[in-house]
Write a protein that binds this ligand. Structure first.
Ligand code: SAH
Length: 240
């Protein structure tokens, strides 16, 4: 049986990698992943065989991992954040057959990192929605935004906006405004827990006046969310 690790390396800084993820990378011979992620670990693991692979070649990357594992090298496929949240874990499990033992090592996902940076906005029921419609129909994404807004969930948006994909965040805002108040607190966190970290606390009606891109998480509160001392809080209901 050949061994493969799929490792979530956390949002960026080495301190936010889990101990287990660190240990697995330390014992790996080969670390493979999208170039930006390899760049995040290359200083710490410079003596390893590091393989950067291009974006949008996820299936090829997994097939490369199979070939490396067959040489009996310890191989880790890395994703930022948690590999099981819009990462490589599911694809690797789908591609590998019964000759491979695939172990998934959890990581701190961007949503948790961004939430901690701005306060405690996901203390209550929340959903993650990716605004990328490359692999998911936009109509389905809109339906999920609509129903989770209607049900007063806190909403964390992954992949909110790219250079070529700019209208989705506008439509998302319009849908959320059907159910959520205009002054609902919104956190926009760029590069959470890594170099270039930027935080904006704003509101649902104002959020598009700020810089949002593919390095950004957008967290929209529920009807109870408020800001105190510069921190965004979604209360659980304790009488403080
Ligand atoms: N597997 C990753 C998510 C990959 S999807 C995880 O668990 O975090 C990529 C999206 O995640 C980006 O477009 C951005 O919305 C978000 N993201 C990843 N790292 C981030 C960080 N450090 N700060 C803010 N957003 C981040």
């Amino acid at each position: 049986m050949y061994k493969i690790y799929v490792v979530g390396i956390g949002p960026g800084n080495i301190e936010n990698m889990t101990f287990e993820a660190y240990e697995v990378l330390k014992k790996s011979d080969v670390i493979i992943g999208y170039k930006t992620y390899i760049d995040l670990v290359k200083d710490e693991f410079s003596h390893k065989e590091l393989i950067s692979s291009p974006m949008k070649k996820e299936i090829d990357r997994c097939k490369d991992v199979l070939e490396i594992a067959k040489t009996n090298k310890v191989v880790s496929l890395i994703s930022s954040g948690d590999a099981g949240v819009y990462g490589m874990a599911g694809i690797m499990l789908e591609v590998a057959d019964e000759n491979f033992s695939v172990e998934i090592i959890p990581g701190v996902t961007a949503c948790n990192a961004a939430a901690a940076v701005v306060g405690a906005p996901i203390m209550h029921d929340s959903v993650n929605i990716s605004l990328s419609d490359l692999l998911t129909d936009w109509d389905l994404i809109k339906k999920r935004i609509d129903l989770s807004s209607q049900a007063d969930f806190v909403i964390s948006l992954y992949n909110p906006k790219s250079n070529g994909r700019t209208t989705q965040i506008q439509e998302a805002q319009e849908i959320m405004l059907k159910y959520k108040k205009a002054d609902t607190p919104v956190a926009i966190v760029k590069n959470a827990k890594r170099e270039g970290e930027q935080i904006v606390l704003t509101t649902l009606s104002e959020m598009l006046n700020h810089d949002i891109d593919m390095l950004t998480m957008v967290i929209i509160g529920n009807s109870m969310t408020f800001v105190k001392n510069g921190k965004m809080i979604t209360p659980r209901g304790y009488k403080v």
